[in-house]
Design a protein around this ligand. Structure first.
Ligand SMILES: CC(C)(COP(=O)(O)OP(=O)(O)OC[C@H]1O[C@@H](n2cnc3c(N)ncnc32)[C@H](O)[C@@H]1OP(=O)(O)O)[C@@H](O)C(=O)NCCC(=O)NCCS
Length: 179
């Protein structure tokens, strides 16, 4: 399959040039964004990211499906299924629209809907789940729009910005998405 089509975006495989596009976008992140994206790693060079990309290409990980979100002919973000559990037909999902300028245009929702459609219809998953910082209102809104159900709150489960914060667990089942 060449790509997965949304309404306004397509999801396609990562190419080496995308590593640079992502790295350049990361240089524009402000402190709030760093916190919301849960970035704990120190600043990293483009060369080290390219090295990581090459290593992942050499040794594919079958518990992850990582795709680029392309809109208006350029890479604007990425969406990933990870911790894929074949026996229980379950996976976690992550979503990022890299640049502030590209947010609130519907790309994140469209990309997530396309990935979920593929995950449930083609890949035959039964459940997709995620955890989110409840103060990340844009992310929570996207997940709620797509039918994710709030399943619980883990108190002070996460260390972020110098304090322990709660995280919210959300999940979506195949029949809920397809109905
Ligand atoms: C979360 C994220 C992926 C959403 O992508 P996006 O392309 O901006 O999403 P969309 O444009 O499809 O939808 C955003 C929704 O949030 C709403 N929203 C945005 N900021 C908001 C705010 N401050 N208060 C309330 N709603 C807000 C928008 O109005 C829109 O909802 P609507 O369609 O009902 O109007 C993007 O903000 C992002 O990459 N953030 C940084 C990384 C991140 O937080 N990833 C998720 C980690 S769990």
């Amino acid at each position: 399959m060449a790509w997965i089509a949304g309404e306004r975006v397509i999801l396609r495989a990562w190419e080496r040039d995308d590593v640079q596009a992502r790295w350049e976008a990361d240089q524009t992140a402000d402190p709030t964004e760093v916190r919301l994206r849960d970035w704990h790693e120190p600043p990293r060079s483009l060369a080290s990211r390219e090295q990581e990309f090459d290593a992942a290409l050499a040794e594919p990980d079958d518990t992850t499906v990582a795709l680029i979100i392309e809109a208006e002919g350029r890479a604007v973000g990425d969406v990933n299924l990870f911790e894929i559990d074949v026996r229980n037909r379950r996976a976690s999902i992550g979503l990022s629209v890299w640049r502030q300028d590209d947010r609130n245009k519907g790309y994140g929702t469209d990309a997530m809907r396309a990935m979920l459609g593929w995950a449930f219809r083609e890949y035959n998953l039964h459940r997709v789940e995620l955890s989110v910082d409840p103060s990340n209102v844009a992310a929570v809104r996207v997940y709620e729009k797509l039918g994710f159900v709030h399943e619980g709150r883990r108190r002070e489960a996460h260390y972020s910005g110098g304090v322990f914060i709660d995280d919210v667990m959300m999940g979506l089942l195949r029949p809920e998405f397809l109905e």
